[in-house]
Design a protein around this ligand. Structure first.
Ligand code: BGC
Length: 723
């Protein structure tokens, strides 16, 4: 089909979906009337059936009233491989779908429109697969570079997370499927996640760990939220009175349902009183023939209500919330649009996100883009030839296909280019360098014009022992920040054989590069770039795509530089299971900048094949908003995109504040020679901080620096405003 025809067909489909959604729109008042009418007809038993799992990924319905089971599925970057009611049920289901780049790659695009596009693909495929709730986005703060789930999450910065998550949620929910923002809250360590207790200041909670969730609720109108495994200040997060009742439901006015993480409920009364609406878990814990009435929110609830130990209105509130979401998303009247699966447009979105999310970290002597006259490339590294979709834990996706970097390069290289492949290393935790593999790789590199090493971290495939053979995986953190599987030795040997070596890193975050970074001319961070990842990597290497990704997290030089290691605690204390966030608000660049620690690559960093010039900063103070205007010009020879970042700094404050806090950004696309005026608006909230002495957000009068950067450390313009 011609490109114009595809665009036209997509536009018509989008318009039809909008008309369909508008025709079905109902006010909250109408929804509550319907919910209450249903609730009135239910027996206590029927209500209780609705507040706990009825299989691994469903909670109970009331068939007598036409309420079906509520069907959920992971996960953040694709509709998960089918689990069915039992594992046997999944046989024969068409569950090979679109595998999007993971959350951290999405955030690296710094393009909220792609957040929406990402969510739309996910929502559409979830609708097609008959899912009512999609368990994503995962938006926990990237506090430590070691967290095993950083690849699913987005950033160390709460503002960037908020901007990306809101689009994602709207994208999913506009397809008639409920999003489920997770994991609420302070779930920043995987090892021993079911037992650890997080102690943190109110200021860190409010300024760093909660804003993403608040934006999800208040700007994204997210329909469901998942309570996390850990404890916060001694109380399980999934039934935490302060987090759920006080903040989420009372302060933020969340109307939807709180779903427990799988197996995160520990106590019936606490779950009843402290805001958990649905208890989910796996069937494994209940044996071969699971009896879900044994869940904490099953038969025990019936007994407590019957014996007068718990009031029925608590259960009514939970069911009303579930019905609210079910009615909003047309689970009961089955009017939801059908969705679509594995379309070209979905695959194209996956590719665009990968292309915009890949970050060019270093490009000395403009070794990249590769010239089309290159005659031979030695591709080295297991990650060049290994799919990743099925790894990592609950976010596993059975991808319809997954283009590896090796395949992508073979497709894009000019006819006659000789491409050799050497795997260079094996995946095994703690394994030393395999000298014969290194030798093979170095020999291949010596014979080629250019060597491209694709390495970094990896996911495991084997679900039952993923913590054993993977570095980016759920339920386990990385042991250290070193290049795994002997890759330091591999890279050094390949560089020695051929100094024209490009390193492409896959993984959910930073890795120590000290042994080779100075002698490596070019490095790309490609995250887990999804099913079209190999095409995207090749396009960036060959310059078909001008890279525009920026780091959503700081890359430290050494693990010991990271704030959670330097100031705070990571992992939790082995005896008490407590973990104290002494790093407080100094997470990511807030720490590196304030404490003057030089990172390997700073937050917001990312190079382009063109250059941008910033000029003409104007800061205008209005009655309620501050407007910041400046110009960006593309001064190079090719088209490209730049993300301008606005940080503020309060010159003198009562309580200490970080040197920089991101408050706005904009990504602009510019042809060579083109310039654009950028206008960013800061509301009064942007200047506030949380004062935990008065327990409130405050705006202090005084001078604020307005800092415009191409990264958090590459500052282009500076102004001030006085409030
Ligand atoms: C994970 C969640 C996931 C759930 C269901 C849990 O182990 O923490 O993120 O949604 O399982 O698979």
């Amino acid at each position: 089909m011609k490109k114009s025809l595809i665009i036209c067909t997509c536009k018509v489909a989008g318009l039809l979906l909008l008309l369909h959604t508008a025709a079905l729109a109902q006010s909250d008042e109408q929804i509550y009337q319907k919910a209450d009418a249903l609730l009135k007809q239910m027996t206590l038993q029927e209500k209780v059936n609705m507040i706990h799992g009825s299989s691994s990924f469903t909670s109970g319905g009331v068939p007598r009233l036409g309420i079906p089971e509520w069907v959920m599925s992971d996960g953040p970057h694709g509709v998960r491989v089918e689990h069915g009611r039992t594992y046997k049920d999944s046989v024969g289901v068409n569950d090979a779908g679109t595998y999007l780049p993971t959350g951290v790659c999405l955030a690296a695009t710094w393009n909220p429109k792609l957040g929406y596009a990402f969510g739309s693909v996910l929502g559409s495929e979830a609708a097609y697969r008959g899912k009512d709730v999609i368990l994503g986005p995962g938006i926990n703060i990237i506090r430590s570079p070691l967290n095993g789930r950083n690849f699913e999450y987005q950033s160390e910065d709460p503002y960037l997370i908020s901007q990306m998550a809101v689009g994602y949620i709207k994208g999913v929910q506009d397809q008639g499927v409920a999003a489920c923002v997770k994991h609420y809250a302070a779930n920043n360590i995987e090892t021993n996640r079911n037992n650890i207790n997080v102690e943190l200041s109110e200021r860190a909670l409010r300024e760093i760990y909660l804003p993403g969730f608040k934006a999800a609720v208040q700007q994204g109108n997210v329909y469901t939220l998942m309570g996390s495994y850990n404890k916060v200040r001694g109380e399980w997060a999934t039934h935490n009175n302060y987090l759920i009742n006080q903040i989420l439901k009372k302060e933020w006015k969340f109307k939807g349902a709180v779903i427990s993480d799988w197996g995160a409920v520990h106590n019936t009364q606490q779950a009843l009183w402290n805001g958990t609406d649905v208890e989910m878990g796996t069937d494994l814990s209940l044996g071969e023939k699971p009896d879900y009435r044994k869940y904490f929110m099953g038969d025990t609830v019936l007994a407590l209500v019957k014996n007068g130990k718990a009031p029925e209105y608590l259960i009514d509130d939970k069911v009303r919330r579930i019905l609210y979401v079910m009615l909003k998303t047309h689970v009961i009247d089955k009017q939801r649009s059908r969705g679509a699966y594995n379309t070209k447009a979905h695959q194209q979105t996956a590719r665009q996100i990968a292309e915009e999310g890949i970050v060019l970290l270093k490009n000395q002597g403009n070794i990249l883009p590769l010239s089309s006259s290159i005659k031979s490339i030695a591709v080295v590294g297991l990650n060049a030839n290994r799919p990743q979709a099925f790894g990592g834990g609950s976010s596993q996706v059975k991808a319809l296909y997954e283009i590896t970097a090796l395949e992508g390069l073979k497709k894009l290289a000019a006819k006659g280019t000789k491409i050799t492949y050497a795997k260079g290393y094996n995946i095994k935790r703690g394994a030393k360098a395999d000298e014969s593999l290194i030798k093979q790789a170095a020999n291949a590199a010596a014979k080629a014009d250019v060597a491209v090493i694709v390495g970094g971290s990896t996911h495991g495939y084997d679900y039952s022992k993923w913590s054993d053979n993977a570095y980016d995986a759920e339920d386990t953190d990385k042991p250290d920040l070193k290049m795994p599987f002997g890759q330091d030795e591999l890279i050094k040997a390949v560089l020695k054989a051929n100094p024209k070596t490009v390193v492409v890193l896959l993984g959910g975050g930073p890795i120590e590069m000290n042994q080779w970074i100075n002698s490596t001319p070019a490095v790309l961070q490609a995250w887990y770039p999804g099913m079209e990842g190999g095409n995207a990597i090749a396009s960036v290497l060959y310059g078909k795509v001008n890279p525009s990704g920026k780091l959503p997290m700081t890359f430290p030089k050494y693990l010991s530089d990271a704030p959670d290691h330097k100031l705070g605690q990571f992992p939790a204390d082995k005896d008490s299971n407590n973990v104290c966030y002494f790093d407080d608000i100094y997470v990511g660049y807030r720490y590196y900048d304030t404490y003057k620690v030089e990172p390997q690559f700073s937050f917001g960093h990312g190079l382009s094949y063109t250059q941008f010039a910033y000029s003409n900063l104007e800061v205008q103070k209005g009655v309620s908003n501050t407007t910041v205007i400046f110009t960006i010009a593309n001064t190079g020879k090719i088209a490209g995109a730049e993300t301008a970042q606005l940080y503020i700094h309060q010159q003198k404050s009562l309580l200490p504040r970080p040197k920089k806090e991101l408050k706005a950004f904009e990504k602009v696309y510019l042809k060579p020679g083109e310039k654009k005026q950028i206008t960013l608006t800061l509301s009064a909230d942007a200047f506030q901080y949380f004062n935990d002495v008065t327990n409130s957000w405050i705006t202090e009068p005084g001078q604020f620096d307005i800092i415009i950067g191409s990264s958090s450390r590459d500052i282009k313009l500076k102004g001030t405003v006085s409030l």
